[in-house]
Write a protein that binds this ligand. Structure first.
Ligand SMILES: [Zn+2]
Length: 273
């Protein structure tokens, strides 16, 4: 599905006028209305806005089009066919590749903002010339973009799937169990630990499904299926408020189409036809 998207980190590459430009301003992405769809603008498209910025980061390519990220340091006065929007809301509005490259843009720009100073000695860092990294000119400490791995699991029991309502979910939405991988932990152990901590059950036959970047703000979600083994559902009360088994015909409100949670739930439905 993402065959046309290539993540690249050639730090010497400079933008051209017809390259795509992910502009972020106060945490929001600049999008252009193209008929009824929203698209990432080209540098040409936004020239008239005279956007001020410090650095452009090359992100990769969608098909033959190179794509860059910039953080606007000026106030933007937008005409009617341009809009600044939350990246999360754009998950269902942009095409998949544009959303993925925008997520990469958001992660790189956040990393750029939060790594201006060396964590070891406090000196001002510089962008490394030969790779996507920052280097401290004083102590040579190197800082790469931060990616936090997290597991997300579709737990199944016969023809049912475990869906849980997390305190942070809006609209009484039910999703899957997810959590960050601890330092020193492997993925299978993370799957078992998170499910036991949050729901109080044990699982078996853990099967890797697929992974997906989750740029809110910098995760990589690694999706699994797992089968119920033993125990009774007992929610932790703090993170998870409610959890239950659902068949594919009686789903509550579930996560949106662009999420890996939805992709796992859809795969569950397919396997239970
Ligand atoms: Zn340093």
């Amino acid at each position: 599905m993402n065959n046309n998207l290539k993540i690249l980190s050639d730090t010497s590459k400079k933008s051209k006028s017809n390259d795509l430009c992910c502009v972020f301003s106060n945490g929001k992405l600049l999008v252009k209305k193209d008929g009824t769809t929203l698209v990432i603008p080209t540098f040409d498209n936004i020239k008239f806005l005279n956007i001020e910025y410090e650095t452009e980061f090359f992100l990769g390519k969608i098909g033959e089009k190179s794509c860059f990220a910039i953080e606007s340091t000026s106030e933007l006065n937008l005409p009617i066919n341009f809009n600044l929007m939350d990246l999360y809301d754009l998950g269902s509005l942009l095409d998949e590749q544009s959303f993925l490259i925008s997520g990469r843009a958001s992660q790189i720009l956040n990393w750029d903002k939060t790594h201006r100073f060396c964590g070891k000695c406090g000196s001002k860092t510089e962008n490394k010339k030969d790779e996507m990294a920052k280097i401290c000119p004083n102590c040579n400490h190197i800082m790469y973009p931060v990616i936090c791995p997290a597991i997300i699991v579709a737990v199944t029991k016969d023809d049912k799937i475990l869906l849980a309502h997390n305190n942070g979910f809006k609209d009484n939405m039910y999703g899957l169990i997810a959590g960050f991988v601890e330092a020193g932990e492997d993925l299978n152990s993370a799957v078992k630990r998170e499910i036991f901590e949050e729901i109080g059950i044990k699982v078996k036959n853990i099967e890797y499904y697929r992974s997906s970047p989750w740029p809110f703000p910098n995760s990589l979600m690694i999706g699994f299926f797992a089968e119920y083994e033993s125990g009774q559902i007992k929610v932790d009360g703090s993170e998870i408020k409610q959890a239950d088994w659902f068949t594919k015909d009686n789903f509550p409100n579930i996560p949106k189409k662009f999420t890996i949670a939805r992709s796992l739930i859809n795969e569950f439905s397919k396997r239970n036809q």
